[in-house]
Design a binder for this molecule. Structure first.
Ligand SMILES: C[S@@+](CC[C@H](N)C(=O)[O-])C[C@H]1O[C@@H](n2cnc3c(N)ncnc32)[C@H](O)[C@@H]1O
Length: 413
């Protein structure tokens, strides 16, 4: 068996826990086959008193105990002398975030030490003088560094040659190879489960169409669920944009038509209108744009899902538009809007929601939840619809500005 490509040296108070987890699944197999190796070292083996004490009270007072520097540094020096130098990483919540880019960088190193803390952490002189970098696995606090070390080990090991049988499963993963995209949806048999069908395109065997669908779905998911990644997720020209329009076209039908043409929108949807709404809009738009009416957003989502589509919904709510009657002044309107936003946010949809002036305040005032303070209404709405962008369009604007603003909001501009 050739030498492992990466060796992880885990320094911890709980070596058995680390070894037990590492022996399972893909990682366990990688260890057996020698693609990676894991060594564990117990700080307690480097204590000098009868009780094998590793912790002491913090200087300056305060709750909890701190791991002493002596056993930690003695353990590092022992491992280095026994098995060779290593890149030393201290796991702590107060550090730069570990992510796929860091995993890719670490996967090129032959030996990595992962120092796990417990209690209030390790004496800070270890961070200051005895490690190469510090990493956090997220903005939360675990009881100890073992789960964080195993997180790093799993993520790095997947990138080591030979660990994952089919290298394509790694290159398709979320964030793979420098990408900022979340992975596309994956399905397996049965093709229909409890009435929910797998998108047809995935079953038809057209590989180019499948690749295009997957790219769009990745983009849609990334835009909807991780707005902060939008600048890194390029928006291809062919992503379908639909516009939710008021129930009835008014005198400004021509302006709507121009705005829709200018932005090459795929079609318009009327939500909650009468069937005649679709007919009226088809006429008003000169039959050149697809028009569909849906009783509610759920119906709209069902239609897009069934098509295996990845549409982007721009929900424009101006006055008596698709939001529903009375949103600016009645509790029922606010509740309905909240419900629609929830529905909208439930999938991979991204919505730019334009609210009529004053609607945010009305929404806050009318919401049954006391924590839903009027002045924080915008944040609450965004929390419900993570992909949404809220634009309060005051003063009122015509169709051209509505569409312009919705698209800018959707793109995070
Ligand atoms: C209870 S935590 C100490 C938290 C520390 N007092 C603080 O507020 O930052 C104990 C140990 O768990 C590990 N740990 C906890 N959360 C972590 C995270 N988000 N990332 C990496 N390590 C973490 C660290 O090794 C840490 O020394």
């Amino acid at each position: 068996m050739s030498a492992p490509r990466v060796t992880f040296e885990v320094l911890t108070l709980f070596p058995a826990a680390v070894r037990a987890f590492a022996s399972a699944g893909l990682l366990g197999r990688a260890l057996e086959r020698g693609h990676v190796a894991i060594e564990t070292t117990d700080y307690r083996d480097f204590t000098e008193d009868r009780h094998r004490t590793v912790d002491d009270a913090p200087f300056g007072g305060g709750a909890g105990m701190v791991i002493k520097p002596e056993p930690v540094v003695a353990a590092i020096e022992h491992v280095t002398a026994a098995r060779g130098p290593m890149h030393r990483i201290l796991l702590t919540p107060s550090a730069p975030r570990f992510d796929q880019r860091v995993a890719e960088r670490l996967a090129k190193l032959p030996r990595i030490a992962l120092l796990c803390g417990r209690y209030e952490g390790i004496d800070d002189r270890v961070r200051e003088h005895f490690v190469d970098e510090c990493l956090s696995i997220g903005d939360f606090v675990l009881g100890g560094g073992e789960v964080a070390a195993l997180t790093v080990i799993e993520a790095v090991s997947r990138l080591v040659e030979g660990v994952v049988g089919n290298p394509e499963s790694v290159s398709d993963d979320s964030f793979a190879g420098g990408s900022a995209l979340l992975e596309f949806p994956q399905y397996t048999r049965p093709a229909v489960f409890r009435g929910h069908a797998v998108p047809e395109v995935l079953q038809a065997g057209d590989h180019a169409a499948i690749a295009a669908w997957r790219l769009r779905a990745s983009l849609a998911r990334t835009w909807a669920l991780r707005p902060e990644l939008r600048p890194h997720a390029p928006w291809p020209d062919d992503v379908a944009l639909y516009l939710a329009v008021p129930h009835a076209p008014g005198d400004d039908a021509e302006a709507w038509r121009d705005a829709i043409a200018k932005h090459r929108l795929e079609g318009v949807v009327v939500i909650g209108g009468q069937p005649e709404s679709a007919v009226a809009w088809t006429k008003a738009l000169g039959g050149r744009v697809a028009v569909a009416a849906f009783p509610d957003l759920r119906a709209l989502r069902r239609r897009f899902r069934a098509r295996g589509g990845e549409p982007w919904l721009v929900a424009i709510s101006s006055g008596e538009a698709d939001v529903g009657p009375g949103v600016a002044d009645a509790a029922t309107g606010a509740a309905e809007l909240l419900d629609r936003l929830r529905t909208c946010a439930g999938g991979q949809r991204s919505a730019a929601v334009l609210l009529p002036p004053g609607a945010l305040a009305a929404l806050g005032a009318a919401a049954p939840d006391a924590a839903f303070a009027p002045d924080r209404a915008a944040q609450h709405v965004l929390a419900l619809a993570p992909g949404a962008a809220i634009v309060d369009p005051s003063p009122p604007a015509g169709p051209a500005q509505w569409v312009e603003r919705a698209i800018a909001a959707l793109r995070g501009a």
